[in-house]
Design a protein around this ligand. Sequence first.
Ligand code: NMX
Ligand code: MLT
Length: 435
Amino acid sequence: MEYIKNKFYQKASKCINEYQKLKNEHGDKVIANVTIGQVMTGMKGVPSLITDTSKLDPNTGIRFRGYTIPELREKLPRLNPEGEPLPEGLFYLMLIGEIPDRDDVLNISKDWATRAYVPQHVFDVIDSLPLTSRPMTQFSAAILSMATDSIFQKAYRAGVHKKHYWDTTYEDVMNLIARLPRIAAYIYRRNFHNNHHIEPDPRLDWAGNLAHMMGHDTEEVKRLLRLYMVVHADHEGGNVSAHTTHLVGSALSNPYYAYAAGMLGLAGPLHGYANQEVINWIFDMIQELDNDNPSEEDIVAYTKKTLSEGRVIPGYGHAVLRQTDPRFTAQQEFAKKYIKDDKLINIVNTLHRVVPPILEATGKVKNPWPNVDAYSGSLLYYYGVKEHSFYTVLFGVSRALGVLASLVMDRLYGLPIERPSSFPLKWYHEKAGEK
Ligand code: NMX
Ligand code: MLT
């Protein structure tokens, strides 16, 4: 499938000169001032990264190369008219910057199917971990163990010229993405289906094959996972998983190391683990109330109680967004279309009504609206993927598409090692004019 790589190079290599020109001719231009408040609140709003794959607007949400999620759902190729677009098409869009045609997408599917072989030692590494270890621990260990296969690392050691780094990075990235469904499904079947594994079907698309290997071989689950893999794929460059992948990659650590590091960030409860926390929290509520059909008043009371215990309401709030996350809306629309009446989904919809005013009333939460994680678990649960502790792995499989497309571009542009400055707290006091 050399033509995808060639097409990427043809398009993206034009940007190398633009990058160099900006650096050389406009390097001194001031683009922002940084306040002490920004340093104290996690560098929010400080422009400091180059990411072409997607951009987040606080009010309208994510755009992938300029396209909103509803536009993607309309324009990206799908297998059948009623279904959801294939994530392969989104990867193509993020990497190359154009909406692919059907053949492009099918070619990526085929390419990934031919690269999907997972070496035995990766399964041995997973099997060596106790079943009590979290699926995200098993997932990141498996990814790390595949670094033995890094073509980039071998080429680097052999002394390849830096202008060619992108080429072997691309090969590692394509191999890595291709293997993820098999690894994720292996962890799922090991943990929840007595180690009875299901072989991949190379005729299936990437997300369809994941559903198949997990043992949820219905068109409904395949459709859900295609949507899931599209909406979670990227969220510009500053989120923890994308930024970590970029940062670790900037030391020229191989793509397996960089993505494994990103996944360890995704595993945190303020990031991707929130998709499990949402369902855990709802089930704790159901258990405490001893009622799987709680009233609006019960839900309000439980939400307030959680806040009074100094805990966050999972699935709500965002570091950048200031409106309902369009990824939440896409999943809500999906549920409206395909699911008539379900207790868990009804609770999620009630939460959407009652939680924002409660968070707003705290006077400190900057965004009281739901994020992507508020909906995703309830859909998986409805379709039979009931094992919450696995949900972040699915987020991670999807996130590979964006962060690894960006990593190839990092190497093509020749982005340098990332190294911001740090100062002792005293220095900021002095800057603030305090003694
Ligand atoms: N429930 C309760 N308190 C909250 C929430 C929430 N959902 N969101 C923010 N706050 C609090 C926050 O803890 C902070 O409190 P304090 O001043 O006492 O430290 C205050 O509101 C201000 O925080 P913000 O500036 O609004 O939010 P920040 O940018 O720091 O954090 C999140 C963003 C997403 C980490 C935060 O909203 C949160 O913890 N949400 C719940 C967890 C979650 O859903 N994470 C998933 C995000 C999406 N993803 O997939 O990664
Ligand atoms: C994400 O998808 O990465 C999350 O919404 C977190 C973020 O954007 O900071």
